[in-house]
Design a protein around this ligand. Structure first.
Ligand code: DP6
Length: 328
């Protein structure tokens, strides 16, 4: 059988309401729903070609042969697609990001969203967006949120395997911008997948999960009504709650650096003085500073003046994962 190669692109995303802890770790069904914004302009580009003459899957990341753990994770993901399409061929996978790794932007989200789209097409499957989101979730939980466009909710009902993400508003709905203040480029000591397994060792996780529907309602409402103050309040609370769980896990996960805390305090101070700005932090020390696009230059200039800020990346709301013309 002859397989056609396929190439897809997807944006990473920043969660305003976070995914932390799984109810079914193998199927990456999360303990709570989450809401995010795709990060336009930043992307993973992934090409896949199934080839019956290959003895094993191959994986190239940023032009270099990937290490065994990454190859293994991709192969296990491709197994889902092989089962779905009823094929046995191995695949040649090439992926590259246009943004630096290890800067507090989860590249696994954009990488697995692009891989889900490219690999399913290369295997002859034309999936609906919701099916694609569900598939991407199996590679990396947050990847399911990089499939639909703009502002996205990962909907969770019970511990069901159907959990997937849907767009709640398109990228043009609200002119927000994420200014990522980089304070460290070092690789994080404990990755998200391992971190999720520790969530329930914190006595705070049960309370965090129980309160999640309330935070999701507030966040969804703030986005739909373009209410920046309400978004700021719920986004910072949710980030602080996730880091509260991380700090009280066994062993404790301390992702912050002194510069992280300085940024958090400065952002809150600027907002008290009337600037529409708020922060959220993932599993790392870098701080995502969210503001309205018209304030972007001012906020970016202030961030660059702070001690310890090495760089600032900017991203506006991004679109859905999509296919691109095959380069020959
Ligand atoms: C802190 O999606 O990277 O960024 O499912 O194991 O791949 P895996 O984890 P991942 O976890 C993301 C954690 C987070 C919060 C979020 O993006 O919701």
């Amino acid at each position: 059988m002859q397989y056609q190669p396929a190439t897809a692109v997807a944006n990473p995303n920043i969660a305003f309401i976070k995914y932390w802890g799984n109810c079914d770790p193998d199927a990456r069904v999360p303990a709570n729903g989450s809401i995010s914004m795709n990060l336009g302009g930043l992307e993973s580009r992934t090409s896949v070609e199934f080839d019956p003459s290959l003895d094993a899957d191959t994986l190239e990341l940023g032009g270099e042969t990937a290490l065994q753990p990454a190859r293994e994770r991709v192969s296990q993901f491709l197994d889902h697609i092989r089962r779905m399409a009823g094929i046995e061929a191995h695949a040649r996978v090439k992926s590259a990001n246009n943004f630096p790794m290890g800067v507090g932007i989860a590249s696994s989200a954009s990488a697995f969203a692009a891989l889900a789209l490219a690999a399913s097409r290369a295997a002859g499957q034309d999936l609906e967006e919701i099916e694609l989101s569900r598939l991407a979730r199996l590679g990396s939980g947050s990847a399911c949120r990089s499939v639909p466009a703009g502002f996205v909710e990962w909907v969770v009902e019970g511990c069901g395997e159907n959990s997937a993400a849907i767009s709640i508003a398109g990228p043009e709905h609200w002119d927000l911008i994420d200014l990522v203040a980089i304070v460290s480029q070092e690789h994080k000591p404990v990755g998200s997948t391992e971190g999720h397994t520790l969530a329930y060792t914190s006595p705070l996780q049960v309370g965090r999960v129980a309160d999640a529907p309330r935070r999701l309602d507030l966040c969804r409402g703030a986005i739909l009504e373009r209410d920046f103050d309400s978004l700021a309040m719920i986004m910072e609370l949710d980030s602080n709650m996730m880091h509260g769980v991380m700090l009280t896990s066994s062993p404790a996960l301390i992702y912050w650096l002194p510069e992280t805390l300085t940024l958090m305090r400065e952002v809150v101070r600027w907002r008290s003085a009337g600037l529409p700005v708020c922060y959220t932090i993932d599993a790392g020390p870098n701080v995502h500073v969210i503001t309205l696009n018209e304030y972007a230059d001012q906020v970016q200039a202030r961030l660059r003046e702070l001690p310890g800020v090495l760089d600032v990346l900017a991203a506006r709301p991004g679109g859905a994962a999509q296919m691109v013309e095959i380069e020959r």
